[in-house]
Design a binder for this molecule. Structure first.
Ligand SMILES: NC(=O)c1ccc[n+]([C@@H]2O[C@H](COP(=O)([O-])OP(=O)(O)OC[C@H]3O[C@@H](n4cnc5c(N)ncnc54)[C@H](OP(=O)(O)O)[C@@H]3O)[C@@H](O)[C@H]2O)c1
Length: 334
């Protein structure tokens, strides 16, 4: 049998288990040109929250009544497609299911000799590319500058901070836990980390952690955390708007300080981006990221939840801050 998770209803505010439904079905049969894939790992990602809403955005909304979809690493079990053979590992956007069928478009082969297959879902996949492009193409960090990253202990943030260190910057992370902050400074080499959930005065803490102000801000979270960082930006600073996770589950927009005056006064740049904007540079970025990982210059951590039936809870955990590093669900043994 094949367990499949369907998208049952659009959430208002924070999603919950009732927005999903797990159904048992027959394992599908494949036609000419198709491959049958056994899911090994599922990636749960904050952007999926956006696709659960029907508001216009860069990614098409999920359709209610269809299987939920996301990044998956799996093994080809059977192939009627010349480009894939049984036993090969693949990565791509597939159904949240123990087995799924693909016509080969949108999946890519991955080789275990490149590194653990799960890395294709984070440091050597979409989140790693996001960090690379946002920091290097928009942030353009220079040696000696100060880089601040919010959502610092997650899949994107951990890579951002480590690339900034490789570029010779002072790196300050903002994350929601003392264990997360210790991980950033002790294991990843960040110069300082601030727990935004317990710090009394975030602006003051930022002033202490960034004595020379902020030259580059990589924003994963938005909201009050970003308001505090924007009050510290330097002349000609660069802010890359990568994510706004603090806003994804709000039912009403937040009232907030207006940043335009601050950007004007400091001749600063603020730019939103989507990882796919830079798709033509994916190959170059992956070659560089994989070299850094092989050389031990970029480290990563995975938070792995076991069992397909726990996929929805692992996704909801992103909004509780359960994960350090990349949140994955292990569905089956390699
Ligand atoms: N632009 C793009 O193309 C692109 C691509 C990938 C990801 N993104 C965005 O980048 C951000 C990070 O993604 P990721 O995959 O690396 O996720 P992640 O950081 O691994 O996981 C989400 C983290 O967000 C933090 N968080 C949750 N609710 C929060 C809140 N209300 N305020 C502040 N922080 C909160 C939690 O950490 P704490 O414990 O620190 O709160 C949680 O662990 C997300 O906003 C995502 O949408 C954008």
């Amino acid at each position: 049998m094949n367990r499949v998770i369907y998208f049952k209803s659009r959430p208002k505010g924070m999603p919950d288990e009732s927005n999903f439904e797990m159904v048992k079905e027959q394992i599908p049969e494949i036609q000419d040109g198709e491959v049958l894939i056994k899911t090994l790992y599922i990636s749960v990602d904050p952007y999926m929250r956006g696709r659960m809403s029907d508001a216009k955005s860069y990614a098409e909304p999920y359709k209610v009544g269809e299987p939920f979809k996301g990044g998956i690493v799996g093994k080809v079990i059977e192939s009627k497609n010349d480009k894939f053979q049984a036993e090969q590992y693949v990565e791509g956007i597939l159904n949240w299911a123990e087995y799924s069928v693909s016509n080969g478009s949108g999946i890519r082969r991955i080789k275990p000799e490149w590194g653990p297959i799960t890395t294709s879902l984070h440091v050597l996949g979409m989140p790693g590319l996001t960090a690379y492009f946002g920091l290097l193409y928009i942030g353009q960090p220079k040696e000696g500058e100060t880089v601040v990253v919010s959502g610092a202990s997650g899949a994107v943030g951990t890579v951002v901070g480590q690339i900034a260190k490789l570029k010779g910057c002072r790196v300050v992370g903002i994350a929601g836990g003392d264990d997360k902050c210790a991980f950033l400074t002790n294991e990843l080499g960040f110069d300082a980390a601030i727990n935004y959930k317990t710090v009394e005065n975030l602006r003051k803490a930022l002033k202490e952690a960034c004595p020379n102000g902020v030259d580059v801000y990589f924003d994963n979270v938005g909201g009050a955390v970003s308001d505090a960082v924007m009050s510290r930006i330097n002349f000609q600073s660069r802010t890359a708007i990568c994510g706004q996770i603090s806003q994804y589950n709000l039912e009403k927009p937040e009232l907030a300080p207006r940043v335009a005056g601050q950007l004007l006064k400091t001749s600063s740049l603020m730019k939103g981006f989507i990882v796919s904007d830079y798709a033509e540079h994916n190959k170059e970025a992956l070659i560089q990221l994989s070299q850094w990982v092989r050389e031990g210059k970029i480290k990563y951590r995975e938070s792995v939840v076991e069992g397909f039936e726990n996929t929805v809870d692992a996704f909801l955990g992103l909004f509780r801050g359960d994960n350090i590093g990349k949140q994955l669900v292990k569905v089956a043994e390699e």
